[in-house]
Design a binder for this molecule. Sequence first.
Ligand SMILES: [Cu+2]
Length: 221
Amino acid sequence: MTFRILAMVLAAPLLAGGLAGPVKLLDKNGKPRATLKDVIAILEPVSAPKPILGKRPLLRVRTVGKRFVPRVAWTTPGSFVTFPNQDSIVHNVFSVCCTVPFDTGQYEPGDTPAPIRLKKPGLVKLYCNVHHKMNAFLWVLETPYAQVLDGKAGLAFDGLPEGTYRLKLWHPETGERIFPVTIGPSNVRGEWTLSANLPPFEPHKNKFGKDYPPSKDEGSY
Ligand SMILES: [Cu+2]
């Protein structure tokens, strides 16, 4: 082993254990939902070493069947997102608050607007100016430890440096819950519960700050 490689190995943070366990998403009546769709788990280092963040690959949030797919996604500051239109109708993606206001303008089926650079960390709420009930949520994160839990399993992180972290669990209908976590030399198991007590759809204005006009097909979402 050359001196240079040895120095790199010694400089690398000590990889310790992982964090894993089930997450429950309870409805208002207390019953667990069948899936964890749209739950995101974010692990933010507190005393643990802060990893170097790289740019992530271009994130594609598609418009399909008058929905954003995926509805919850994440990336890092400086990375790009775009919105391929895979529907047979026009869309107009926009965000007015808070980290990155933008407006793709109306665009046709098959088109993909120019990628948008996400400069600042935070939660970007995505809407469509044509379809009131289209919404999606894009987390811009200063940690690489994040996963969207789209299924029945809980969360599972591994290769985590030792130290303390803040585990943030979020869903559009629960908001954010934060749990302190300590990662040591072995794997840590946990169990976490979220309760959906927010409305499934948050009313909002269009990109002009006005109410959406009544739509003939509102009931078809
Ligand atoms: Cu639309």
